[in-house]
Write a protein that binds this ligand. Structure first.
Ligand code: SAH
Length: 353
């Protein structure tokens, strides 16, 4: 068992089973043994790779999308350019390079990164050397100013709770012990008002997931945008109205048992975009758009062709493969979705309906 596993086993022995959300939070963000604290998680060497790490085109096109939203709202002279969970800082670096030519955008932007992992903050500092960047612990720490924000694969890392439908209500899935092993179990059945709406699309045994942190974060973002102007682009894997068990662990680019070695695997759950939209009622929310469709609308084919002109051999092959990976429906193009939040009455950011 890992050091974190021993800590969790002791805790469960003393105080009883913990929620999947508590388990996820400890595994991902424990200050000493957490996954994001200890491991070089992204890219070919890490356990998974993300769109900005696959190709510079991702950050470039979404950056220009955000800059156009800023122009469409009258180019407010001092605004927050925020990213949630920036990983290695690659998306922000590509965004900033692509938007250099947008008059006034850089001068007006105060770049703020919301990042929980001290280790990743260091990496971001290196990637973004040469830019004025500050870090925040939470969206509540963002200033009162127009807010243009991007979050790629951030919401899937937030802790979820899972509930299983029972004839007498709902049982929460909990992490408990079988001897010295961590195992999933179920709480006693309880009535849960927050799941009343899910009675219609589930039956006994059905699993639903709730991400309490996500709703709070989106509400905060939407209130800021409604008050001060701005837009938020949220890209992640998931769907409108999630259903079923989507909790998963990835180690070394393969699925793993999420309870076998706490702290060593990336733990995620699909994002329920409907829940995000319901939390953003202060603003207008666009239709959920497939990543492949969005990137095509933002001009990825033309950008890919322009970049291809300077490449040959294995580099050209890798570039063509990256384009396909980001956009093809059988790769990331359909599983990953995007949604934009913008002020009521403003035009949606480009690429969104
Ligand atoms: N956006 C990046 C990284 C995605 S991984 C990319 O696309 O490559 C998730 C990121 O969110 C990591 O940077 C992780 O440290 C951060 N993160 C996870 N939970 C967080 C939380 N509760 N608050 C702030 N950052 C968090």
């Amino acid at each position: 068992m890992t050091a974190l596993g021993d800590i969790l086993i002791r805790r469960i022995r003393e105080t009883g089973p913990i929620s999947i959300a508590d388990y996820m939070a400890e595994c991902l963000l424990h200050p000493i043994h957490g996954y994001y604290t200890t491991r070089p998680v992204f890219g070919a060497k890490g356990d998974f790779t993300t769109a900005p790490e696959i190709s510079q085109m991702f950050g470039e096109l979404l950056g220009l999308c955000l800059a156009q939203a800023w122009l469409d709202q009258g180019a407010p002279p001092a605004f927050t350019l925020a990213e949630l969970g920036p990983g290695r800082g690659t998306l922000m670096a590509d965004l900033l390079r692509a938007t250099r030519g947008v008059p006034g955008f850089h001068a007006a932007a105060r770049i703020m990164l919301v990042e929980a992992s001290p280790r990743l903050r260091d990496t971001q500092r290196e990637t973004l050397a040469g830019h004025q960047v500050t870090w925040r612990d939470s969206v509540t720490d963002l200033p009162d100013a127009p807010l243009f924000l991007i979050a790629n694969e951030f919401f899937d890392a937030l802790p979820i709770r899972q509930f299983q439908r029972h004839p007498m209500g709902w049982q929460e899935r909990l992490v408990g012990l079988d001897g010295d092993r961590l195992v999933a179990g179920l709480s006693v059945p309880m009535q849960l008002d927050m799941l009343t709406a899910r009675m219609s699309d589930t039956s006994t045994g059905g699993v639903v997931e709730v991400c309490p942190a996500a709703a709070g974060i989106v509400t905060e973002i939407a209130q800021r945008i409604a008050t001060h102007g701005g837009a938020a682009l949220i890209i992640d894997y998931g769907d409108w109205h999630s259903l079923g068990d989507t909790f998963q662990a990835l180690t070394d680019h393969a699925f793993a048992d999420p309870f076998a070695a706490p702290g060593t695997a990336d733990l995620t759950a699909h994002v329920d975009f409907e829940a995000l939209a319901l939390a953003a009622t202060a603003c207008a929310v666009t239709a959920l758009t497939e990543q492949g469709v969005l990137l095509e609308r933002l001009g990825i084919t033309a950008r890919a062709q322009a970049l291809a002109r300077r490449l040959s051999g294995p580099q050209l092959e890798a570039h063509v493969a990256a384009h396909r990976r980001l956009t093809h429906p059988e790769e990331m193009g359909r599983l990953f979705k995007a949604m934009a939040i913008h002020t009521k009455g403003s035009v949606p950011p480009p690429g969104f309906d």
